[in-house]
Design a protein around this ligand. Sequence first.
Ligand code: PLP
Length: 394
Amino acid sequence: MDSRKNISKFSIGTQLTMLGRNPDEQSGFVNPPLYKGSTVIYKTLEDIELKRNRFHYGTCGTPTIANLEDAWTQLTGAAGTVLSPSGLGSVALALWSLTKVGDHILMPDTIYRPSRVFCDGFLAKFGVQTSYYDPLIGYDIEALVKNNTTVIFMESPGSQTMEIQDIPAIVQVAKKYGIKTILDNTWATPIFFNAHAHGIDISVEAGTKYLGGHSDILLGLASANEECWPALRATYDAIAMLPGADDCILALRGLRTMHLRLKEAEKKAIELAAWLQKCPEIEKVLHPAFEGCPGHELWKRDFTGSSGLFSVILNKKYCKKSLSNMLDNMSVFSMGLSWGGFESLIVPFNCQSYRTATDWLETGYALRIQVGLEDINDLKHDLTLGFERLNREG
Ligand SMILES: *Cc1c(COP(=O)(O)O)cnc(C)c1O
């Protein structure tokens, strides 16, 4: 950060232009330089013995990594941030930091699926047992707490099906039992939901999505409050799972416009969701800013905005062939995983096969839509033509 300024008094868009850079230390250049490196040179025997340099060795971080960490720490109001080469890496770091053999953790049934695979297929091998809960459980999560429960994980809205969780209620239960909380805040970002101000211990963000914003990097960030920061940093230091410097520079670049891109995505997604709600092909729109999305009232209470990702359920009369006709021939939307980039995406999903704590009762095909920066009329037109193909016989 520019150390001459106390920037917290500025509004968020202004802060994003200032975070993680200091022209006084950058030969006057606006942006920080890109450091790549393993070895750090010490001048004297005493310096190396006392580890007097701020940076000791590449695995402990570089000025480039520190610029991004510091920016995120300020933005989230955390005690500290560590980076990972992917969002999933940050989920893993957060869980590793707060669990040990013999522990039990609670994960929402609507968790990002690879996070679920990490728990069941990996953490389990280290003696950490995972139970899944209904994301809409609220205060009733208390009934699932065991003597050895150490972490309650949240993700709001839920992956694909968009349920908003009662984070304050769950945090309150967790605090009562001395349980730590982790939130995957990727959808809202710190701009639309302030995790630490809501009592979350570790907040995870897939920087791959809105921070990068251009579908050209993989990156994860995990920020912690005072209490959990030492554990998170120690885990990071033990594993040395760092992103590359080039990706950090792209993330710092993304940071400057994240607010604008999110606002634009929010506006377009709301307009498109409202339009879709009126299309006869659509059975249901699952967007947290719309009534009818589970937890909509909680979204209104706790969030300051909505991003560009939501889901729809098609009328159940459509068969797979019709769906292929629609999706195979889109010209503006593409089919692809991930989201948060400048390009609009549409992907079918079916969560029935792997969820264990809830039943997915929708029978129509479900589609997840990521709204990018294209013109809204082009997006509507592409969907209109898509629906014509969907309705075509045979
Ligand atoms: C994409 C995503 C991740 C993982 O990010 P990667 O960088 O792709 O590993 C984690 N959580 C959520 C909610 C995501 O959407």
